[in-house]
Structure formats: structure tokens, C-alpha cells
Design a protein. Structure first.
Lengths: 340, 1150
């Protein structure tokens, strides 16, 4: 209640901030700036669009559906039976060299890996090699955490359980002889998945870590026996497993299966000729109107083939240029009298 | 403490309740009961003097604060959502995360509340522990205690410059006349000293009477009570002997009082009603839009649930990706989709912006900071800034359509300057005062002719001419007939350091006042009472006298008398001394003072002339209040009746000039009236008895003359009114003055113009009133129907008086009256009561559905200020009651211009744009998730990490809109002041329109479509994984949302750049850090190393650029074409203020 004796104790500070007089820049959008700006942006966009389109056009893509919907297709018999490891084969002919490096994908359609509860159905700690999660998997894996005899499932959850299990071999027929094309399965998964996010428990042999657990219901082999040819490619760091566990964003997707090993005849890619893909057909998709396919593709700096982005850039770029022309006409015609 | 039965406790509590509720209270002294237990104390039912203004207690803070916060519907909604998260069927992952935003919001608000409450607690504690002196019977002296120890019935001593701890009945003062001066500035802001008198019949030590007083009330100017002595004699006590808590003792060495009300029952605490809560118009609109958002949310969730149902139904078998629940059996699709509805609500909940309410509050605090810090609204003279009392209606300042203004003290300065006078029918124009506009009210230049006349009369033989000469009588009346307190200009209100040396020796002063009378103690006392009444002290020149009057008119008259040599030297309740021009000092014995009241409209002082020993009654008052009481004409004047008529003519002339008029009259009485003290003792109908006494005394008066006092217009009033008008605001003046004065002021301040058609409505009965209304309305209709008058509007103004207003506001005429005033450019209501003022405001506000602002400075404006959407108080001469009731308090009327035109406009556009932006931002972001539902089987999957989604709203995009709401300047202050028409953009619907809202929502839909489908088409059929797919979307959403704001921001300062770039930087830093750290931390999402890998991919940048450009191109185009047309006209300073400029400016916007 003691009053300030000083004369103007209440006087507000006369600073630019309190008086709202901070030096301000007002973006003045005069025709002299906007029209050249639009032209520049338009031209830049057209340039990017052309580059994208040219790159995209140079990428070769070969898609082969093997679902076996129609009766005439090679895998129709397999698709209708429930026999495990049903074999069918697919022939195709390349007339020109398929430029390397060539990537070998399998594709699924109408398959919702992004389904909410599907996505949650895994145990990250288990997959990180945490042994305590081996004996008691997270409830998020339910109902795929314990089998009917209450034994824990490792790896648990729906994603692992539904892992894609068709296998492919690629052969090339040159003048009657059939040669296997070497497929490279190393490094097809994310580096971070392989090295950091997924780990096998540090138990040797790996098999011992899985004592007292059971394999996922749909799996033919337990996790530690996924790749018989390469011991280090087993357990949770199996490349195919890692690729599958990284859920696709959209219901129609492809996943990397193998790379064509760039050696010998295949140094420059797949040479022209006749090829056969031998398929071990296991994964049922027809029941839910899904489709399966095999895709060969090479990649560029922009990834796979995609024309959309190039076209979009071209359209927007041209739109900008057109707009600036229109603006120019408008300003030339309706110039304000006081602007001379 | 003895044990007491619960029954007794209940009985005691009930009795206490009854004692507190009783209309009359009987209080007795605590002294005989000193040291006894509490149950025996006579005044135990009444609260102690300790106050508690805190809202919460330490123990119950959390529950009480939560209860308080859940009064806000939005908070309940958010808590409902959180609870929904914990229902297992809804399948929310990590329901704990959903708790975070609401917890942050609630704890932020709680922290703010706790801090405010703690400050209240601290100030309470400080107050409660202030020292004071309470009389103790045991120690036979006053002992130092704390304020909180004061109880009703105690005797408390207060010393000079100390604050009074409770409401005290004054029993004794150190002043020989039993006077105590108090300053009530803490209570009502009035800085003049007020006199309180100790009743001589009270004897403090042996006080054994019973004080009967009324129930506590908040009326600061009213108290009724009496002391019943053991012998059943009743002595009345009124407000003039009550010292109020919070006031400061001045000019009095010490005083002793009996505690009547303590603590929360004191008048000052009862007047302290805390901050006001008003809801702004924008906020009401906002709630409707929140409702729309809720509907939108439910629609989207319904679509999701329906889609999920159809999707499930279309499924021929159970595919491997469809996870059955634990039971192993899939639920029926209908049930699953029912649950899905709620899951969707959780996913899309941020559509209702949780941070909006907090942001609005933050922005309003900032806006208030800027308003109170505006140096243009600071008044050097009183060293006061603008005060914002209502914290949440700043944006209403930008939407005002009607201003209701008081006249006196609001438009005018209420600094009265003596301008003219008429004595015995002769007019003295005082030309010098008219010319010299800069003089203060304390300096009056005497009229030469009059001055000569006075000096001639007074230089002659003294005593005889004095008592007969009307001129001397006139000035004596000016000097005597008032309640002015005299203080020395130099010694005035010395702020002596607290001297607390009171011990036994001060005890001797504690005696009935009569005994010290002879001793001149003035020289000894450290804090002297008002200047010594004896004029023989040489130091006392008339220059260092200061007059402190309750109304400025009185002071003006006393200063005028002083200018002519009639100097009021001192005033005590019993005597007045006046020095005459000749140097002789006359001491008048004051027998009675009949103070001014609004019914009588006059005041009188009954004195005994020291020389003639006659009883003389001096009366001054409003002309009609005096003229009807005139009886005997002045002796020795021939043309008797003429003086009254001539004076009346002069009065009319004064009124035309806009002067305030007063008539001065006297009456010589041969006997004094003895029944007056009895009237004072009655508690019940004292007012009526005083009135009766007055009626008996004030009759047969002799007219001496009249005065004209000028109340100058405040600085820049015409300019301000002109600007407000150009801004499309209608200004009404509501005043208690008479129509002539009001009309004159109206012309002077530019409210009325010469070519205006002024309708003067003053009618005695309802029929004439109806006729006038009908005729005028008909005329207006005819005028508007006339094709010649299409472009011109008739400038019509209405002047209406209180009586007519009453009739016009009656239910059957109300609609016609409102229809008429709608056409009026200005309305002046004269002779209106405070209630009528508020009635007018309410009627206009409700009938026309407009935003109203009332501005006033006096207690009579309080009703009006409270009735309007915004009440503005002017802290001026008439005390602080208006300021206390107001939402904003300014010191000059001219401040209104910047407050409304600049701050009002800014606050409104800033807040409106910010709110719209908030809705846009949330809708745009949430829709990204919504579009994704079409590609994930409507399963409520999010392709953006949950934490990042929360961060996005909480950190990355929350600061820029707040900055936008605080600092954006769509138009510069100079432009807003120069072109008041720009204010019109905020009126009525304003910027925040239905269409603006929906255009923004549609834009949000469009932008989210772009932001989703550009990445979608790029990554279609590829091996992209979910969270990699979401990353470019999240990033481009950030760019789009921030760039959208950049388009909206009209001026960029350093702060803008820092915050905008900082937000982008924060996004990348936080997201990169999060994706580097979080390996398995947030299942099922998988943010690990995703942004890093994306940032190595050129496609990421190409997608972000394309999405941003495509999303913002339409808005940029529209804004650009608007501003490029608009800016051209903005940049034409030579056209500022011209109407053409304004119209061409507005065209592109419409």
C-alpha cells in the first residue's frame, strides 16, 4: 500500500517490443515480383518434372501374376489345392537386356498389412532377443502368444504367423541348357532392422534359446531353421523375416525377395533369353480375393518406376507459367491509373 | 477447554447464525470479558479481523482445482476421451499417452491458479500480520497486536498515516475538535481528505453502552447505528463517525475507535468482489464452431465405422491379417464396427483442438500486456496506465457498434473553472478567464469591474457595510457554504515515517476532547491537524492553502471567492474562519450543515455572524431548487422582483454557453433550531427527519446571485468522437444535466452539427410522446423512400429527457423508439437517472443485437457500465466507483480512440484469425489420418508415430499461432488511426464469419487431400512401409501448416522469423533424435531411423516440395489477388481518410 514516490513509476517502457513497433517486413506482392517468381518456379518445376519422367521411363519393370485365378494360368492347380509346397513354374522371355542391378520382388494385392490390430500383434522385446519375452510373450500378440497347449510361441503374433512362405528359383534356358540364376538374399532388409532393431538372443547354438517354445502355427519350420544354407541368416535376423515384419503401408504392395547376383553372365543385368521361375506355392490368397505376383525391376536414384511425380511436376510447372502469363495480361490491361 | 455437548455446540452455531443474520446487531465492549474463554465472549459470533481471500487450501487444492476446471465443458470432453482410451474394446494402443495432453493442460492451468492463490495468501498474511494497537484492561494501555487479533468490541488506536485495521466507530481523536481526517483512496480512489468526527458523548475508557448497528453492507457512504447508554439514552451514530478499514489516517495524530465490523464484514471487504467474468462475443461464436467440429468428428467416425462394417462384410473368408480376439472367434462385423466408432474417435480426437483454449488464454494475457504497456494510453499527470480488469473480452473492443457516454468527467474534464457570475442582477463576464484556456481551476482572474467594486466596499467602514452589502454576502456565501477541507499545500499529507513510540506517555492524550482545547499543540505534534485555526501566525499566507472538496464545483467557488480576497482559512465542524479583503479575519460559528442531496439539489450552512451575532443561513443549489424557495428580497434594493427575473435570464444565458449554474441565496434567522440532534440519533428514518429539518430551514430565501462554472471539454474530444463516428460507431450521451447544457456540449464536441436535424423530445404525457414518435418515424420513412435521397442520409439527432425517456421505454412504445433511434446519428439523453442509463443500454443491446460500450466516471455510471458489453471507467475527479465496476479503466476520453480503433481492431482480428487457423490446422492434420482409413480397411491405423502426432500439436505447430495471435499487424496503427473506417471490418459478423470458418475447413480438406495423395500416388505399388509412408506426409503437413500461416501473417518481425524457423528446426531435431533413440520404445509403431533414411532419399524432398506447393497454391492465389489490389490503395497516403479511398479499398474484399 506504500505508494511509489517516483514521478512516473507506472510509465510503460518505451521499447519497440512493448509499443508493438518492432521493425517489420511486409511481404508486398507486387506484380513485378510475383510474375517473374511464378515463371521461375514454373520453369524449375518443369525441369524437375522432365528429369523425373526421363528417369522413370528408363526403369524397366516386369510384372508376372501367378495367383492362378484363371484355369489356364500356370499356378491354377496349386491355388485351388491346399497341398503344402505345391510346385508350379512360370515362363517369360526377355527380348532385350534387363539392365542391372535387377531386383526380384514378390507382390501381394488386397492384403492389409496395415490393419490396426495386425500391426500391434508382435512383441518388440522378444524380437530384440529378450529371453524373458520368449517364455511369456506380450499380450499384444494374442491370440498368437500361446498355442493350444499353453506353450509360448516364438516369434509370437499375427505378423510373424502370417509370414509369406512361397519360394522362388529363377532359371535361364540358353540353347537347351538350363542354368540357375544366382539370387542374392543378403542385405535386402533395412540395415537398422538387421543390426539394431532385431536381434537373436546370444545363446549358442541358437536352437537352445527356443527351448520350451513352439513355432508359429502357420510356419513349417521353426525360426532357427529358416535358412538351412546360411547359419547366420536364421532366427529373427532372417532377411525374409525382416522384410515381412516391416509392414507395408498400402494394401497393394511388393516386397523385395532377392537381388540378381551381378556376376558372370548377369553382370549387366538379365540378358535376353527365356527364363523360368519355379514357384513353391504355399501362401493362400484367393480366398480373400488377393493376388500374388512376381516383379523384376531395376532402380534409379528415385527408386522404382513412378511416372506420377514427373507428370505432377510438369503440370504444376506449366500451371505456374500459364498463370504468370495470365497475370501479365491482366496487369497490362487493368493497370491502376495511379501506378504510372 | 471444557467439554461441551454437541447439542450445545449446534445450539451455539445456530445462535451465531441468527446473530449474524439479524437486521440489527447489539455490540458491547470486550473489556469486561478480557481473559475469559471464547464461549463467554459477548461478540463471539462475529468474524474476527483475519481475512482469507484464497480460494483453495493446501490440503484440498487438487480436488478443488479439478472441480473448478471441470466446469469448462471442453475439459470434460477431453477427460471423456482419455477414459475412452482405457476401455479395452476400443483397442487403443498405449492409453497412457492419451493422458499426456490433458494432463499438461490441466496442470498448466492448475499451476497458474496455484500461483495466483499463493499470491493472495501472501498478501492476506501480510495484511493479517500488520501491527495495530488494542487496548488491554490488564495492562491498562494500548498494546501492540496484529490485525488478525482485532475482534468486534475491541478498542483500537490508529495513528497518523496508518491504515485502519477494521471498521471503527470513532470515539476519540487527538484533535481538539474531535475531528479525524481520513484518506479513502484505497477504497474508492478519492484523494480528497474526508472528515470524521468523534461524538463528544463517548467516553472511551468507561464505554459501557451497547452499540446497536445494522447488518454489514457494502455501502461505503452509509452507516446507521446508535449507542444505548445504561440510562437508556440513545445517541445516534452515522457514517460521519465511522472509520473504514483500508483508509489512511491523515492530519490527525491519533484516534481511538470501537470495532464495529471486522474482517470480511467490513465495508471494504464487502466491496471487494474480485475480478469480473464476461464471455466475449467471439468466444460464444467459437463454441458454436467447436460444436460443428464435434459434428464433423462424429460424421467422420461414423463413416469410418460404416466403412469398416462394409469392408468386413465383403470379406469371404478370414484372411491371415485379420487378427481374431483372444477368444479365437471373430466378433460379428456389426459389433466390431460399433467399437471401431470409438476407436476412430480416439484416432481423430485432435480435430477438437485441446490446445485452443489454453492458447486463447495465453494470447489474451499477451494482448492485455500490450494494451497496458501502450505509452499512448499512459497519463503523465496521474502516472496511471490503462487498467484491464476483465481479462477475457479484449477482442470485443474491436466490435463495438454503440458507445454510451457520460458527459461530466467523461467528455468534459470535470475540472470546474469559475467563469461568470451575476450578483444582484448584474452580470460580470470575467473575460480573462474565457480567453486564457490553460489556467488551472485554482487560478481565477478576477473581473476588473467587480474587483473594483468589492475593494471599494470593503475599504470603507468595516462592520456595517459587511453585513448589509450583497456583494460581500455573495462572496461570503461562496466561501462558507461548502464542505471544503482546508489543508496547507506545503504540509499536505506528509508521509511521516511510522512513529511507534506510543507508550504510557501517550496515555494522557486519551482524555475527553474538551480538556486539551486551550493548549495549542500544533507546534509539538509530529503530524499536525489541519492548519491552525488562528490566523495570527505570520507564515499563513493565502498562497499555500489548498482546498479539498468533495465536488469540484465547490472548490471552484472557494477559489473564486479567494481571488476576490475572501479567503477560507480553516474549517472545523463548529467553525469557519474567513479572511476578508481588508485583512480582517472573521470566525463564524457553524451551527449546522445541511449537506447536498440529489432530492433537494441544494446545500445550506447555518452560521452565526461573529459581529452581528445573527444566525445566517447560506444556501446554494440548482437554479430551480432555489428559485422556488425565494421569499424576502434583499433589503435596500428597489426593484425587488426584478432581480430574480434578471438572474434567471442570466442563468439561461449561462446554460446556453454550456456552463454549470448555481444560485446563491441567504436568509437571516433569528433563532436556531434545537430538534436537529434528535433527528441524528434516530436509526430508522433519519433521512426523512433531516429532510424535514431542511425543509423548515430552507424557505423564504433571499437571492444573492448566480454563478456559472465552466466544465471544459477534455482534450481531443471532438476529434475522438469524429473518429469513432467514421468508424461506424454511434455515440450516445447520457447525462444527468439539463437539456440546454447537454445540447451545448453536444455541439461543442461535434456530436451535433449545425446542419443536423435535431429532434427535441420532451413531452409530459404518453399521447404526445406517441405522436412525436409516429410523426418522426413517418418522416424518416418518407425521406428514405424519396428517390432523390438515395445516396444521402439525413443527419438526424435526438435529444430526449428523462421523463420522456421513461415513456418511450414503456413496452408499447419501445419498438417505435428503437426504430427511431436506429436512424439517428446521435442521441442525447438528459436528466436521466443511473437506472435509466442502464436501461437504455440494455434496451439497445438486446433489441438491436449490437455490441455496446459504456464509458463513465462517476458512481451514477456504474449501472450503465455493468449493463454494457464493455464497461469503461474513467479515473477522474469523481472517485473510483466507476473504475471499480469497469472492465477497462482509462484516464482520458481520447484514449478511447486508440483503444478501440487500434487495440480493438488488432485484438479482434488477431484472435479471430488465430482461432480460425487453429481449426484449420487441426482439421488439416487429422484428415491425413482419415484419408488413410480408406486404405487400411477403416481399422483406425495411424501411419504417423503416436508420439510424433502429439509433439506435432504440442510443440511443432503450437507457438507460431500464438505468436500470430499476439503480434500480427494486418494494418499499421497509423493507418488504423488515419482511416477509422477500417474499424468497420470487425463490426457485426466481422472477420470471424460463418463463411470464413467453412472456407478454412474446406481449405483444410483440400490441403490434407493433397498432402495425403501426393505421397500415395508416388508410393503406390511399391515396397514402402507404413511409417516411412507417413514421414513425408508429416513433414509436408508441417510445411503446409506453417506456410499457410506465413501467407496469413501480414508483417514479419524478427520474432516471427525466429519462431517460424525455430519450429521447423525443432521438428527436425526432435524427430531425428526421437527416431535415433526409440528402438523398441513405442510398439507397435516403428520410428527407428526412418526420418534419417528418408532424408537420404531425394524423393522425400521432391514429395514435400510438390505437396506444399500444390496445397498452398489456391490460397496463395486468392490472397495475392486480394492483397495486390488492396495494397495499392493502402499505399496511397494522400487519400487517407477520404471516403473514396475506403470504398475502393473495400471493394476487392467483398
Amino acid at each position: 500500500m506504500v505508494k511509489q514516490e517516483s514521478e512516473s513509476a507506472n510509465r510503460p517502457d518505451n521499447t519497440a517490443f512493448t509499443q508493438q513497433r518492432l521493425p517489420a517486413w511486409q511481404p508486398i506482392l507486387s506484380a513485378g515480383i510475383v510474375i517473374p517468381g511464378f515463371v521461375l518456379i514454373g520453369l524449375a518445376f518443369i525441369g524437375i518434372g522432365v528429369a523425373l519422367l526421363v528417369t522413370s521411363r528408363s526403369i524397366q519393370v516386369l510384372e508376372l501374376d501367378y495367383t492362378g485365378d484363371s484355369n489356364g494360368s500356370p499356378c491354377s492347380s496349386c491355388s485351388q489345392s491346399d497341398i503344402a509346397n505345391c510346385k508350379c513354374s512360370l515362363n517369360f522371355t526377355l527380348t532385350t537386356l534387363f539392365q542391372g542391378p535387377v531386383f526380384f520382388y514378390y507382390g501381394l494385392s488386397n492384403y492389409f498389412q496395415n490393419y490396426r490390430r495386425y500391426g500391434a500383434s508382435k512383441d518388440d522385446n522378444q524380437l530384440y532377443g529378450d529371453l524373458s519375452s520368449f517364455t511369456s510373450p506380450s499380450s499384444s500378440c494374442s491370440p498368437y502368444n500361446y498355442d493350444s497347449s499353453k506353450k509360448p510361441i516364438v516369434p509370437c503374433g499375427s505378423i510373424a504367423n502370417s509370414m509369406f512362405n512361397d519360394t522362388f528359383t529363377l532359371t535361364r534356358t540358353v540353347s537347351g541348357t538350363t542354368n540357375n540364376v544366382t539370387l542374392d538374399g543378403k542385405g535386402i532388409a533395412w540395415w537398422t532392422d538387421y543390426n539394431i532393431k532385431y536381434r537373436n538372443p546370444s545363446v549358442t547354438p541358437l536352437k537352445n534359446a527356443f527351448n520350451g517354445t513352439v513355432k508359429p502355427i502357420n510356419w513349417a519350420k521353426p525360426a532357427y531353421e529358416l535358412d538351412a544354407s546360411d547359419r547366420s541368416n536364421n532366427g529373427f535376423v532372417n532377411q525374409d523375416f525382416l522384410v515381412w515384419m516391416r509392414r507395408a503401408a498400402l494394401p497393394n504392395f511388393r516386397k523385395l525377395y532377392r537381388r540378381i547376383d551381378a556376376s558372370g553372365d548377369y553382370q549387366k543385368g538379365l540378358p535376353a533369353g527365356n527364363y523360368t521361375i519355379d514357384i513353391t506355392y504355399n501362401y493362400p490368397v484367393r480366398a480373400f480375393n488377393g493376388a500374388k505376383k512376381i516383379v523384376f525391376s531395376n532402380v534409379s536414384w528415385m527408386g522404382g518406376s513412378n511416372e506420377f511425380l514427373g507428370i505432377a511436376y510438369l503440370v504444376i510447372g506449366s500451371l505456374c507459367v500459364v498463370m504468370s502469363v495470365v497475370m501479365l495480361i491482366v496487369y497490362a490491361k487493368f493497370k491502376f491509373p495511379d501506378e504510372e | 477447554m471444557t467439554w461441551r455437548s454437541p447439542l450445545a455446540l449446534v445450539r451455539d452455531a445456530l445462535r451465531g447464525q441468527r446473530a449474524r443474520e439479524n437486521e440489527l446487531r447489539s455490540l458491547e465492549s470486550n473489556l469486561p470479558y478480557e481473559g475469559l474463554e471464547k464461549g463467554k465472549q459477548p461478540n463471539r459470533y462475529f468474524p474476527s479481523n483475519a481475512i482469507k481471500t484464497t480460494k483453495y487450501s493446501l490440503l484440498f487444492f487438487i480436488p478443488m482445482n479439478l472441480y473448478e476446471q471441470f466446469h469448462r465443458l471442453a475439459n470434460l470432453y477431453f477427460v471423456g476421451l482419455v477414459i475412452l482410451n482405457f476401455i479395452p474394446e476400443v483397442n487403443a494402443f498405449q492409453p497412457e499417452i492419451a493422458l499426456i495432453p490433458i494432463c499438461v493442460i490441466l496442470s498448466l492451468t492448475a499451476m497458474k491458479d496455484a500461483w495466483e492463490d499463493f499470491r493472495r495468501y501472501q498478501s492476506d498474511r501480510k495484511l493479517n500480520n500488520m501491527p495495530c494497537f488494542i487496548y488491554s484492561r490488564k495492562e491498562k494501555q494500548f498494546v501492540e497486536r496484529h490485525w488478525k487479533d482485532v475482534r468486534v468490541g475491541d478498542f483500537v488506536k490508529v495513528v497518523c498515516n496508518e491504515i485502519i485495521p477494521a471498521d471503527l466507530l470513532l470515539l476519540y481523536t487527538s484533535d481538539p475538535n474531535g475531528v479525524c481526517h481520513i484518506e479513502t483512496a484505497n477504497l474508492d480512489g478519492e484523494t480528497n481528505l474526508k472528515q470524521r468526527t468523534a461524538h463528544p458523548e463517548f467516553e472511551p475508557e468507561s464505554f459501557n453502552g451497547i452499540l446497536v448497528c445494522e447488518k454489514p453492507n457494502n455501502n461505503l457512504n452509509h452507516f446507521k447505528g446508535y449507542v444505548e447508554k445504561p440510562d437508556k439514552q440513545k445517541v445516534g451514530a452515522g457514517i460521519e463517525s465511522l472509520l473504514l478499514r483500508g483508509c489512511t489516517v491523515r492530519n490527525t495524530d491519533h484516534a481511538v475507535g470501537f470495532v464495529v465490523y471486522a474482517g470480511r464484514e467490513t465495508k471494504s471487504m464487502l466491496n471487494n468482489s474480485g475480478p469480473r467474468y464476461k464471455r466475449s462475443k467471439l468466444e460464444r461464436r467459437l463454441n458454436i464452431d467447436v460444436l460443428f467440429c464435434v459434428i464433423l468428428l462424429f460424421t467422420m467416425c461414423l463413416i469410418g465405422a460404416l466403412g469398416h462394417y462394409l469392408w468386413l462384410n465383403a470379406m469371404p473368408v478370414v484372411p491371415p491379417y485379420l487378427v481374431p480376439p483372444t477368444s479365437g472367434q471373430l466378433d460379428r462385423p456389426s459389433l466390431t464396427s460399433f467399437y471401431m466408432f470409438f476407436t476412430m474417435i480416439i484416432l481423430l480426437q485432435i480435430l477438437i483442438p485441446i490446445s485452443l483454449y489454453v492458447s486463447i488464454e495465453l494470447v489474451k494475457i499477451g494482448q492485455i500486456f500490450f494494451i497496458t504497456n501502450d505509452i499512448d494510453l499512459y497519463d503523465e499527470e496521474t502516472d496511471s496506465r490503462i487498467q484491464c480488469k476483465a481479462l477475457n473480452i479484449t477482442e470485443d473492443l474491436g466490435q463495438i457498434e454503440y458507445i454510451f457516454s457520460d458527459k461530466t468527467g467523461t467528455l468534459t474534464e470535470n475540472k470546474m473553472v469559475f467563469r461568470r457570475c451575476s450578483i444582484m442582477g448584474t452580470e460580470y463576464p470575467h473575460k480573462e478567464n474565457a480567453i486564457n484556456l490553460l489556467i488551472k481551476e485554482t487560478e481565477v482572474v478576477p473581473d476588473g469591474k467587480l474587483f473594483q467594486k468589492i475593494s471599494r466596499t470593503s475599504s470603507g467602514s468595516l462592520s456595517h457595510s459587511q453585513k448589509t452589502d450583497a456583494y460581500l454576502d455573495f462572496f461570503l456565501a461562496l466561501a462558507i457554504c461548502n464542505t471544503v477541507v482546508v489543508s496547507m499545500a506545503t504540509t499536505k499529507r506528509r508521509r511521516v515515517s511510522r512513529h511507534r513510540t506510543f507508550t504510557e506517555d501517550s496515555e494522557e492524550n486519551f482524555q475527553p476532547s474538551g480538556q486539551t482545547e486551550g493548549v495549542d499543540t500544533t507546534g509539538l505534534q509530529p503530524c499536525s491537524p489541519h492548519p491552525p485555526s488562528l490566523s495570527d501566525e505570520p507564515a499563513l499566507t493565502s498562497d499555500n492553502l489548498r482546498y479539498e472538496a468533495e465536488s469540484p464545483d465547490e472548490a471552484a467557488l472557494v477559489y473564486a471567492a479567494k481571488a476576490y480576497g475572501f479567503t477560507l482559512l480553516s474549517r472545523t465542524p463548529d467553525s469557519v474562519s474567513v479572511r476578508l479583503p481588508s485583512g480582517e479575519v472573521l470566525d463564524f460559528e457553524v451551527l449546522d450543515t445541511l449537506t447536498f442531496d440529489s432530492n433537494r439539489k441544494r446545500m445550506s450552512v447555518l452560521v452565526r455572524h461573529p459581529i452581528t451575532k445573527e444566525y445566517v443561513l447560506y444556501t446554494k443549489g440548482a437554479d430551480f431548487a432555489i428559485m422556488e424557495l425565494l421569499g424576502t428580497p434583499y433589503p435596500g434594493n428597489g426593484n425587488k422582483k426584478n432581480i430574480a427575473t434578471v438572474t434567471q435570464r442570466h442563468l439561461d444565458c449561462y446554460a446556453k454557453e454550456g456552463l454549470r449554474t448555481l444560485c446563491i441565496a441567504k436568509k437571516v434567522q433569528n433563532h436556531t433550531l434545537s430538534y436537529l440532534p434528535n433527528a441524528m440519533a434516530a436509526i430508522e428514518n433519519r433521512e426523512r427527519l433531516v429532510m424535514d429539518t431542511a425543509v423548515q430551514l430552507e424557505k423564504n430565501l433571499t437571492l444573492l446571485g448566480a454563478t456559472g462554472i465552466e466544465d471544459r471539454l477534455q482534450e481531443n474530444v471532438p476529434d475522438t468522437i469524429q473518429a469513432l463516428r467514421e468508424a461506424g460507431i454511434k455515440v450516445w450521451v447520457l447525462t444527468g444535466d439539463k437539456p440546454e447544457t447537454a445540447v451545448n456540449i453536444g455541439y461543442a464536441c461535434g456530436l451535433l452539427e449545425d446542419e443536423d436535424l435535431v429532434i427535441n423530445m420532451g413531452c409530459k404525457d404518453k399521447i404526445t410522446c406517441t405522436n412525436i414518435l409516429d410523426c418522426t418515424l413517418e418522416e424518416v420513412r418518407r425521406y428514405n423512400a424519396d428517390p432523390r435521397n438515395v445516396d444521402t442520409t439525413q443527419n438526424m439527432s435526438l435529444v430526449i429527457d428523462g421523463l420522456t425517456l421513461d415513456k418511450a421505454l414503456s413496452p408499447d412504445l419501445l419498438d417505435r423508439f428503437v426504430a427511431l433511434v436506429k436512424h439517428c446519428r446521435a442521441v442525447l439523453c438528459c436528466r436521466v437517472t443511473p437506472l435509466q442509463k442502464s436501461r437504455v443500454v440494455k434496451v439497445i443491446r438486446e433489441k438491436l443485437k449490437v455490441m455496446t460500450l459504456a464509458v463513465g466516471d462517476g458512481a451514477n455510471d456504474v449501472n450503465m457500465i455493468q449493463a454494457a458489453d464493455i464497461g469503461i471507467g474513467i479515473s477522474g475527479q469523481e472517485g473510483m466507483q466507476a473504475v471499480m465496476a469497469s472492465d477497462f479503466a482509462i484516464s482520458h476520453f481520447k484514449h478511447l480512440k486508440k483503444l478501440l480503433l487500434v487495440h480493438g481492431h488488432w485484438c479482434y482480428t488477431r484472435l479471430a484469425n488465430m482461432i480460425i487457423y487453429f481449426f484449420y490446422k487441426n482439421v488439416a492434420y487429422v484428415n491425413l489420418l482419415f484419408w488413410y482409413q480408406f486404405f487400411c480397411g477403416f481399422s483406425a491405423t495411424a501411419m504417423i508415430d503416436y508420439w510424433l502426432m502429439i509433439f506435432f500439436n504440442l510443440f511443432f505447430t503450437s507457438v507460431p499461432p500464438i505468436m500470430f495471435g499476439l503480434m500480427d499487424k494486418d494494418i499499421s496503427a497509423e493507418m488504423l488511426l488515419g482511416v477509422p473506417e477500417l474499424y468497420k471490418t470487425g463490426q457485426g459478423e466481422g472477420d470471424y464469419r460463418f463463411t470464413t470458418f467453412w472456407v478454412s475447413i474446406l481449405d483444410a480438406f483440400y490441403q490434407s487431400l493433397v498432402c495425403f495423395f501426393v505421397p500415395y500416388f508416388v508410393y503406390q505399388d511399391s515396397d514402402i512401409d507404413m511409417f516411412t509412408f507417413g514421414t513425408p506426409m508429416n513433414t509436408s503437413a508441417l510445411f503446409i501448416i506453417l506456410m499457410h500461416l506465413s501467407i496469413e501473417i501480414k508483417s514479419w518481425t524478427v520474432v516471427h522469423w525466429i519462431i517460424m524457423l525455430g519450429s521447423v528446426a525443432l521438428y527436425f531435431i526432435v524427430t531425428l533424435a526421437y527416431s535415433a533413440v526409440c528402438v523398441t520404445c513405442n510398439p507397435p509403431s516403428n520410428p527407428y531411423w526412418i526420418l534419417q533414411s528418408q532424408m537420404e532419399d531425394p524423393m522425400f524432398y521432391l514429395i514435400c516440395i510438390l505437396s506444399t506447393v500444390v496445397a498452398l497454391l489456391p490460397r496463395y492465389r486468392v490472397c495475392h489477388s486480394l492483397s495486390s489490389v488492396g495494397l495499392k490503395i493502402f499505399n496511397c497516403p494522400e487519400f487517407w481518410g477520404s471516403r473514396q479511398c475506403y470504398f475502393s479499398l473495400m471493394l476487392p474484399f467483398s
